[in-house]
Design a protein around this ligand. Structure first.
Ligand SMILES: [Zn+2]
Length: 117
């Protein structure tokens, strides 16, 4: 994997973009650094889609982002890929999410890097 520039880096200041009752954990969204289009996907769907990435890719991303187990309180970390629906640019993401208290869900966008696999 060859990465371009890191376009979002909240590792030192993680803030939830979703905090509520939905298991879907809201929508991940950020601006495509190539075309400016809004790249978005439901957090739960992002996690499900990225369960299928290889162990090697997962380990590579974890090392690249220096992933920690809990990026924000009780949120757990996950990594994966998202593609801009407009220009097809691909990005690697590091997010935190989970049921942080009984019935309360949170998600945070921790970091995003341009990706050229
Ligand atoms: Zn784009």
């Amino acid at each position: 994997m060859i990465f371009g520039k890191i376009i979002i880096d909240n590792r030192d200041n993680v803030q939830p973009f979703y905090d509520g009752l939905s298991m879907g954990c809201g929508e991940i969204h950020f601006e495509c650094s190539t075309c400016g289009h809004d790249v978005r996907e439901e957090t739960l769907l992002f996690e499900r889609a990225n369960e299928r990435i290889s162990i090697e890719e997962r380990e590579y991303l974890k090392n690249f982002f220096n992933v920690v187990k809990n990026p924000y309180y009780n949120q757990t970390s996950s990594v994966g890929f998202m593609r801009c629906s407009h220009c097809k640019s691909e990005f690697a993401l590091y997010i935190g999410s989970g049921e942080v208290q009984m019935g309360r869900y949170q998600a945070s966008l921790v970091a995003v890097v341009e990706c050229n696999k």
